[in-house]
Design a protein around this ligand. Sequence first.
Ligand code: PDD
Length: 286
Amino acid sequence: MSRIVYVNGEYLPEGDAKVSIFDRGFVMADGVYEVVSVLDGKLIDFPGHQARLNRSLDALEIGQPMTDDAYLEMFRALVEKNRINDGLIYLQVTRGNPGDRDFAYPPKDTPQTVVAFTQSKPGLAENPAVKTGWRVITLPDQRWDRRDIKTVQLLYPSMAKMAAKAQGADDAWLVEDGKVTEGTSNNAYIVKGNSIVTRELSNDILHGITRAAVLRLAREAQLQVEERGFTPEEAAQADEAFVTSASAFVMPVVEIDGAKIGSGAPGKIAERLREIYLDEMRKTAL
Ligand code: PDD
């Protein structure tokens, strides 16, 4: 089915949407993005994603093309025009089209390129993988060191995902200086007893919007949260593990580099956090 997508102020059938070959996003990966999930036709944690988009734009000195309200209106229009019940919205903002290729940034008044589209995913919150959990492998983290900025340079995460698939795994956990940073497109956690361990916020990881909500809800549920790095060996010895992201929510991880984590089945704390998270997010969806 042809989607209606958003390009620079216009809603168009996907086949008619066009961006210049000189766009900085295309030739320089000079752009940022957000992925927001939609459940029951409503946007999950929109303010969190909005705030991070603004942080990413500021960090790269890309101008702000739209107001917060305009993004919300546009996201809602896309949900409606494409009759999305469950799914995702992808938004990308680039430094725009300078009319040629050049390493130097174009003049500040060059209009940014704004593109957004929906992905329909019926039953997004009832993903059957939650029952079995993911298997992960570890790989060196070879990304740049500003992973806190959500840029569109996703080649290494794609390569890591493909390497995981080639080994029959679902994802890769990236490792730097002996400690796990995060998954290819998610934040990584282990559970030991009543304590949840996940790497602290820094430039080394993306500051996950799901992470922020899940840690807040975990603390409210009297679980202990330790924000520190952990090794793959510690993960293999943990009681449970899981990842979080806007598209996977809370997804149990049951194996790391072929070693079972805990019983090798999804853990109780991951299961509970997923329930609490989805419950809360449905209540606050816009
Ligand atoms: N990825 N870490 C990385 C490297 C990510 O790409 C993502 C999200 C996350 C989780 O962030 P959040 O909870 O805000 O979704 C962590 C999105 C979903 C993607 O690229 O599709």
